[in-house]
Design a protein around this ligand. Structure first.
Ligand SMILES: [Zn+2]
Length: 415
């Protein structure tokens, strides 16, 4: 597959290059705002910045309040995690082609992180929280859409932008909103960072976060040891069973991540919380895995003096390289080819909103953001020249969906 760039498109793509210094300046400002997923005031500051910039696109903007997420604390007590709002912008909702563009404005760096500011490294790198994941990607999305709005050819395309506050903690608050709009769209474009060499992510595993709350019976460790029911010993046994499930299905990994419980040496502990993550490659394995978890829960409940509760679930189903996703990748690759970019992709155990969109039947490519690396660490960096490079890639894709060179309507019909 190959595409040619028209002279009108060329002129619009050239404008993106002219806008690059402004993109860099904005990205520096944004990276200096702490927007850790739990820092609600910081998220609000970042959201205000996004609204100011994205207003230039026109369309209808709003903030969508999200439901709180149910969680469980170290004593096994349920509580709620509040979220900031999702940003939404709707443009030409009656146009024949509808595209969903998604991203997130939270980062993994909490308010207490020592990694708070951006700095330039050498000629072509910025180092800072969220520069790659994904404040740079949000600006790539914006600049590509601005090019579309300024072009003469946008009337065929409408779009919805969703920018979430909770991607880095599993998108549990925004999941319903993402699914709603994903069902209405012909395709999705998501702005997670590409690898530093420009590769995109291909097939993605699915993921779930769970916790078992196990309750036993406390007792004096000396006088009445025989009356105690040691919850952390039961929890440790559960951990062994969970760990042994790794590989029981092709691609399944189970990571027991934390065991909480216990206290003084002379008390039999009466509560344990076992937290774990599971990743798998096939959607049908989710049901199989959850059945095993229910068996484990029932076995604990059958033991004298113990009860177990299971919290959590799968938050992002797998996103395989199914024909619609492969066809959209071929279009991405063709657009890249016209711009002199050799776009390839690699399978990954990582997950993102692209999983959510695919679960709602929406074909998508999810690493259209900047090139960068060492994300989720205080060494996170992005490659400055990739801001314009990747904005041009997305803009050209949008032009080709509008012109019909890329058939947006064909993707969902593929089996
Ligand atoms: Zn991200």
């Amino acid at each position: 597959m190959s595409v040619a760039i028209t002279s009108l498109e060329r002129a619009a793509l050239d404008k993106i290059v002219v806008a690059a210094p402004q993109m860099i300046a904005t990205l520096k400002n944004w990276s200096n705002i702490n927007s850790g997923s739990m820092n609600i005031p910081g998220l609000h500051r970042q959201l205000a910045q996004i609204k100011t910039v994205f207003a230039e696109l026109g369309g209808t903007m709003d903030e969508v309040a999200l439901p709180p997420t149910q969680a469980v604390d170290g004593a096994g007590t349920p509580y709620e995690i509040e979220h900031a709002a999702s940003f939404r912008l709707v443009q030409r909702p009656a146009a024949p082609i509808q595209i969903l563009l998604t991203g997130h404005y939270d980062t993994v760096f909490p308010e207490t992180s020592t990694f708070q500011t951006v700095r330039a490294v050498g000629e072509d790198q910025l180092h800072g929280p969220g520069v790659a994941d994904m404040k740079g990607g949000l600006l790539v999305m914006f600049q590509a859409l601005l090019a579309l709005e300024q072009s003469k050819a946008h009337q065929n395309i409408g779009y919805t932008i969703l920018i979430s506050p909770d991607e880095e903690i599993g998108s549990t608050g925004s999941a319903g909103l993402l699914a709603h709009h994903a069902k209405l769209a012909d395709l999705g474009l998501t702005y997670e960072p590409a690898l530093a060499d420009g590769s995109l992510s291909g097939a993605r595993k699915g993921t779930g976060n769970f916790s078992f709350v196990i309750r036993g019976r406390s007792a004096h460790a000396g006088r009445e040891h025989h009356l105690g029911r040691n919850a952390i010993v039961a929890g440790a046994e559960v951990i062994q069973r969970l760990a042994a499930l790794t590989g029981a299905r092709e691609g399944l990994t189970v990571n027991p991540a934390k065991l909480e419980g216990g206290g003084a040496n002379n008390v039999v502990p009466d509560v344990a919380v076992v937290r774990f993550n599971a990743r798998l490659a096939e959607p049908e394995d989710m049901v199989w895995f959850e059945t095993i978890l229910q068996q484990i829960r029932q076995e604990i409940n059958a033991q004298d003096g113990f009860t177990a509760k299971l919290h959590g679930g799968f938050t992002r189903p797998p996103k395989p390289m199914a024909p619609p996703n492969a066809a959209l990748f071929a279009m991405t690759r063709a657009a890249g080819g016209a711009l002199g970019l050799d776009i390839v992709w690699k399978a990954t155990g990582g997950v993102c909103e692209g999983n959510n969109l695919w679960a709602a039947g929406c074909p998508n490519v999810d690493t259209l953001g900047v090139r960068g690396g060492e994300i989720h660490s205080d060494r996170e960096y992005m490659i400055v020249s990739s801001l314009a490079e990747r904005a041009r890639l997305s803009a050209l894709m949008l032009f080709k969906f509008a012109s019909g060179d890329f058939d947006a309507k064909a993707l969902r019909k593929m089996k």
